[in-house]
Design a binder for this molecule. Structure first.
Ligand code: PHE
Length: 453
């Protein structure tokens, strides 16, 4: 029989665990830096509110109604609602996206884990920006070390997935997430002492210029950071008991996720400005800035070590949800048990992850170009672009279309089980605002409807 969370709280914890991860602390600051700050943050926040939240409710709702892996859920719901069988492809695309994302997510999580030991050994005490920079450079230029950490992280993830996501996740999220939050606050407090705090605040919140690609990245990140559009939230929703308010749970998850991201920004940018670094340092940004804080603050070695431990846990609870749709599907359809299903997926993800490992060193000059989309991207950048900027928003768009246009109103109303006005606002957003917004951002990004300054 299909499992169920033991309570509503466990679902909220697990979904928050999925949402809060490297996306908030590693990715949000570095893409904000690359895209010029203020306006990017604003577009991202708008996307969370107008696109992310309505789609998240829809995705949870579909999951709870289908009660299976996303692929089988879509198959079942298409049948129940008398719709085309091809809707099952939505489940497939999500499963593939999760697998692709995990392959590089695991490599970055490996960086975070390796920083537990760098910080713990006191390497950063009194550190300068240059010193921290070269320590990061040494790590990523060494394929063997990256490979070792990538391997450890994949194995750790697959162990939890093999045992069933419901055991263990609860403790990790209930105690470790709040602890991560507190440590983040401590770094923000340090940043306030750098004398450049307001510069960081201004960078994050004063509107400026943004490119079309920046708008697409902001939208893609809104999906990525709340784990949307690929079935992770759908599969968690499928374990959700009937009597839970989907709307309330969604608001909590989205708020928690956004607060953590903004705090990470407030922690990092003042350090960037105080040390003469540039915001557009790329994927290494947090590893080039946070160690400076840990090297100079009170009890920094302890705080920093704990921080990277908790960041690794946050990455772990997200990674689990990235691969759960695929594992659930293998168990349901291929008759393999969870252990083997996890092993197969683990091996496949590990292999693909090699591409990301090498893209930071021996393959760093190998690049890809897709006309109209991007030019000279590394393997890692290409994967990130295709998943976060294309596949997740596309998945979200189809979820919105299915839930708001193709599902009978009676079914969605029954499953949402909320007050009349909440239901109505949700449905209007999901029918008219959300899909149109996603389509406009897509078309603008490929230059089909003019370019905006
Ligand atoms: N939301 C996670 C993060 O911010 C990443 C993720 C994306 C997890 C998609 C599951 C699905 O780190």
């Amino acid at each position: 029989m299909h499992g169920q969370w033991s309570s509503r709280l466990v679902f909220i914890l697990a979904a928050t665990g999925s949402a809060v991860g490297l996306g908030n602390i590693w990715k949000f600051p570095y893409i904000t830096g690359e895209n010029g700050g203020g306006t990017f943050v604003l577009v991202y926040l708008l996307c969370i509110a107008l696109i992310g939240i309505p789609i998240m409710m829809a995705e949870i709702m579909l999951g709870r109604r289908g009660r299976q892996s996303p692929i089988n859920t879509m198959k079942l719901l298409a049948k129940d609602e008398n719709r085309n069988r091809n809707w099952v492809w939505l489940g497939w695309m999500g499963m593939v996206a999760g697998f692709l994302i995990l392959s590089y997510y695991s490599v970055i999580a490996g960086w975070a884990m390796s920083y537990i030991f760098r910080t713990g050994s006191g390497m950063f005490i009194g550190a300068t920006a240059d010193g921290v920079n070269s320590i990061f450079g040494d790590l990523v230029s060494d394929p063997e070390r990256l490979l070792a950490w990538h391997t450890i992280f994949i194995v750790m993830t697959m162990i939890v997935v093999a045992r069933g996501v419901k055991n263990g996740l609860e403790v990790a999220v209930r105690y470790l997430m709040p602890a991560l939050f507190v440590l983040l606050l401590m770094v923000v407090a340090y940043s306030m002492t750098t004398g450049h705090f307001m510069e960081g605040v201004r960078f994050l919140f004063t509107p400026g210029k943004i490119t079309q690609e920046g708008v697409l990245t902001a939208m893609g990140h809104a999906f990525f950071t709340i784990s949307l559009g690929m079935g992770a939230i759908m599969v968690y929703g499928s374990y959700l008991p009937r009597n839970t308010s989907i709307a309330q749970a969604t608001m909590f998850i989205a708020a928690a996720d956004t607060i953590v991201a903004l705090l990470a920004g407030l922690a990092i940018f003042p350090i960037v400005f105080a040390n003469g670094l540039t915001p557009d340092a790329g994927p290494g940004l947090i590893f080039k800035t946070l160690p400076i804080a840990f090297g100079h603050m009170e009890a920094g070695t302890l705080v920093g070590t704990a921080f990277f431990i908790l960041l690794s846990f946050a990455a772990w609870t997200s990674a689990i949800s990235l691969i759960e749709p695929a594992v659930a599907w293998l168990v349901e359809n291929k008759g393999v048990n969870r252990l083997y299903a996890s092993m197969y997926m683990g091996i496949a993800t590990w292999l693909l992850g090699l591409g990301t490992v090498f893209s930071f060193n021996i393959w760093s000059d190998k690049t890809w170009t897709i006309p109209y989309l991007f030019k000279d991207y590394s393997f890692f950048d290409t994967l990130d672009y295709l998943t976060a900027n294309i596949m997740l928003p596309m998945g979200g768009l189809f979820i919105a279309i299915f839930a708001a246009w193709l599902m009978r109103e009676k079914s969605s109303r029954e499953e949402m089980d909320t007050t009349d006005w909440v239901y109505k606002i949700w449905r209007i957003l999901l029918r008219y605002v959300t899909p149109v917004a996603v389509i406009i951002v897509f078309l603008k990004a490929v230059g089909a409807i003019g370019v905006v300054e």
